[in-house]
Design a protein around this ligand. Structure first.
Ligand SMILES: Nc1nc2c(c(=O)[nH]1)N[C@H]1C(S)=C(S)[C@@H](COP(=O)(O)O)O[C@H]1N2
Ligand SMILES: [Mo]
Length: 335
């Protein structure tokens, strides 16, 4: 129903502040032990998740458990060229404070409701402007690529942020495998459409299924990741199991969850939040502290677990790697 469209698609500034303050208080109570625990759980996950049997219930532990208090921390893998050394957000927060409107509009809804999603068996279609279209089982797709750990900042357009240790493989590897034709200029992504598994799709909050897109050169950038896990575990349903996009220099809504289709196209594909409100959400959605959202400032953000707001960085701190993709473009125009 079009009448829903003028509702604020994402919570206005006042709600953001209130929710984040609540989380900050909880973090204080839980104390610092959890932080070190999640940080050490990140390493070693690569090999473990690679040889994991099929089927993910989201709770399956794929890395050694974090060191107990007093125990020497497990040796972490060396930091890769794309990793931030910032402290990962506690697992508990990254998996209970989510945006996944297919399961409800409140941050706690996805963790509570996403058990109805069945991430296996799962088929992914890769088609459009490619020489080798595929219709492939998720486990087969995953077996094509070695899994990598990537610790990325994530900045939601609502002005909160997290640091998440993902596991996945570069989108570029998949795209090269299917051989884009010379006509391919964009990559379009589609989330599962199934109101039985995703009850939020029964409501007209957004145009379903959720769709997203990237320009082909953006999609080929080594930072663009298809994630199948986080914190050394299989991706929980609420985080977009079994396959979700991560583009850390863009606002979080570009990171489409529970992907069933990846299509290469000649023209710029529609994207869900631009369809909902094209004045507020553009196609590019690069993190940009100089271009405010019409209803709130993007100059700073609240890192979940911290008290003070911190300045938001151009391209979410990845300018050195990605700014060249946009040379000559007006980033106010193409927000
Ligand atoms: N299919 C789908 N993908 C989605 C969303 C959604 O509602 N549906 N929300 C987006 C938004 S706004 C954000 S900030 C991130 C949140 O990812 P996380 O819950 O894993 O932190 O997912 C993005 N991907
Ligand atoms: Mo978001």
């Amino acid at each position: 129903m079009k009448g829903m469209r003028h509702l604020p698609p994402e919570p206005p500034g006042s709600d953001i502040t209130a929710e984040s303050l609540y989380l900050n208080r909880r973090e204080l109570i839980k104390g610092a032990a959890l932080f070190t625990g999640t940080a050490t759980a990140v390493g070693a996950g690569l090999q473990l998740l690679s040889r994991r049997p099929s089927g993910g219930d989201g709770g399956e532990l794929l890395a050694p458990p974090p060191a107990a208090p007093g125990e020497a921390p497990k040796k972490a893998r060396p930091r890769g060229p794309y990793d931030t050394d910032e402290t990962p957000t506690p697992y508990e927060d990254a998996t209970t404070y989510n945006n996944f409107y297919e399961f409800g509009l409140d941050k706690g809804d996805p963790a509570e409701n996403a058990h109805t999603l069945k991430p296996r068996p799962w088929t992914v279609v890769i088609d459009g402007e490619v020489n080798k279209p595929q219709r492939v089982d998720m486990d087969t797709l995953q077996s094509w690529f070695p899994l990598e750990d990537r610790v990325y900042r994530m900045r939601c357009v609502e002005a909160w942020s997290m640091v998440i240790p993902w596991m996945g493989f570069p989108l570029a590897g998949l795209l090269r495998r299917v051989e884009p034709t010379s006509k391919a200029k964009y990559v379009a992504f589609t989330t599962l459409m199934d109101p039985k598994q995703m009850p939020g799709q029964k409501a007209a909050t957004l145009d379903w299924p959720y769709v997203e897109g990237l320009r082909l050169d953006e999609a080929l950038h080594p930072l663009a990741l298809l994630a199948v896990g986080l914190y050394g575990k299989v991706l929980p349903n609420q985080n977009g199991a079994p396959l979700r996009l991560v583009v850390p220099w863009k606002y979080g809504f570009k990171g489409i969850k529970s992907i069933v289709r990846i299509s290469l196209t000649e023209t710029q594909p529609p994207t869900t939040w631009s369809l909902a409100n094209r004045r507020e959400y553009g196609f590019y959605a690069n993190v940009n502290p100089q271009v405010d959202h019409p209803r709130w400032s993007q100059a700073s953000e609240r890192r979940i677990g911290e008290f003070r707001r911190r300045p938001t960085l151009p391209f979410n701190g990845y300018a050195e790697q990605v700014a060249g993709l946009y040379s000559g473009m007006d980033l106010r125009e193409n927000f």
